[in-house]
Design a protein around this ligand. Sequence first.
Ligand SMILES: [Cu+2]
Length: 506
Amino acid sequence: MTFYRIFFFYIIFWTAVVSPTPILNRGYKPKTNVFNFTIEKVTLAPDGFTRQLSTVNGQYPGPAIEVNKGDRIVMNINNKLGEPTAIHAHGMLQRGTPWFDGVPWMAQCVIPDDYEFTYNFSVSDQVGTHWYHAHETMQYVDGVFGPLIIHDPDDPYKSEYDEEIIVMLNDYHHTNAQILLKQFLTPESQGVEPVPDNGLINGKSNFDCSKAPPGSKCVDNAGLAKFEFVKDKKYRLRIINTSAFSAFFFSIDKHEMEVIEADGLYTKRNKIHRLPINVAQRYSVIVTANQPVDNYIMRSEFQKKCMPDAAASLPIMKAIVHYEGAPDDPEPKDNPWSDSLTECVDLDHKTLQPLKEEKIPESTKKLELTIAFHKNTTGVVRAFLNDSSYIPDINFPTLDKIFKKSPFNDTSANAYIFDKPGEVVDIYLINTDDGEHPFHIHGYQFWVLGTGNGDKVDENDLNTLNPIKRDTATIPATGFFEKEEIMTVLLGVQESDKKVNKKNSV
Ligand SMILES: [Cu+2]
């Protein structure tokens, strides 16, 4: 397992430079939205425990980026962090602008301290719930993150809800993430991840200060996030897990939820009570305020089976749903849903299906990737893909290598090159680790065709009829089954327009 646990998986596609024309209705004229972000360290106490956080414009979480389908996002980054940074917009395909993907040494060089840098990209025909975050080392764990919402004038569910609410969930450490990372990358850690001190909903929570180290500045009952409901109104909750490590079960006491979106793509509506959400995943759910006027608990429970033993004492993350007309109550009665769900896996396919069924193309290539975590020659536990641990080339970023047609001589680039337009790749992920892992591909949404336990995938067991398409999926752990888990994702490569403006490359 690894602390910073998302597999940011970069397959190198020449074809990632396509610019589809946005299909826009209702006469909407796309706009350019400018966001001026100063990244800086500020002393804050989101849960009552005072510490220094890395923030966007002094805010934790960072300000929301909200645009419409077809719009352009211009992010002016002013780096005052005292260290290099780069900002990734998670979920954005960056067709035509892969150099604005924000991954240091992959898509760009870092933005040095005290420098400015502008990201400028169209959201094209993408919609839905996404987020942005620093992609340099562990910075986002210390606070450089925020929601990125693309409103859709053609939203098929638009008449089904009255208002929208953004709900950000994250695990939260009281120690600076750089210190935690340093400790983690030693032989002594044995690869056991640091356990968070708390969890936050929209950047708020209470903390029991008796657990804080002596000498720390801490106040009890800092206050929970409060969501205002009006009786009988319908709300679209956009839920984003911005954690370093933790998967959650999200729910609201006494209120059912209907899932309508996963990672920016509409799903068939489906009633559930508890929503599993892994790191970097997003869901929209519709919730009706159909309960008696009162206060209710919104809760996000750590899925502790996929965490180290020390996580056992972590509290349930809570917020308050307050109906208009109800008296204030900082501690509403507990009324949790009791449905039991398997931990450390995604929502079952039966409850998560795409709204739009697509014909899944035949694959033209197969790629097998074995995921492993073991000690390297210095005794430090590292992540390996096909026995190679990724090392960035800080002198020659990957994208630059591609544009210059420079070969990848070093296997530590973990580069798999697909350069035929229209290529469709079956990716078999073989997880040999005893932990689950969120798997994410930049610039693509993939179909999740299935998971299984065993060394071989039985192709007849794969769902090629109506698999969910998304950008972040959970690869189950080996530990919960007898054999290795295999997840197959099928990846479609888009047609290329072959017009690459190299001058825009950074
Ligand atoms: Cu991403």
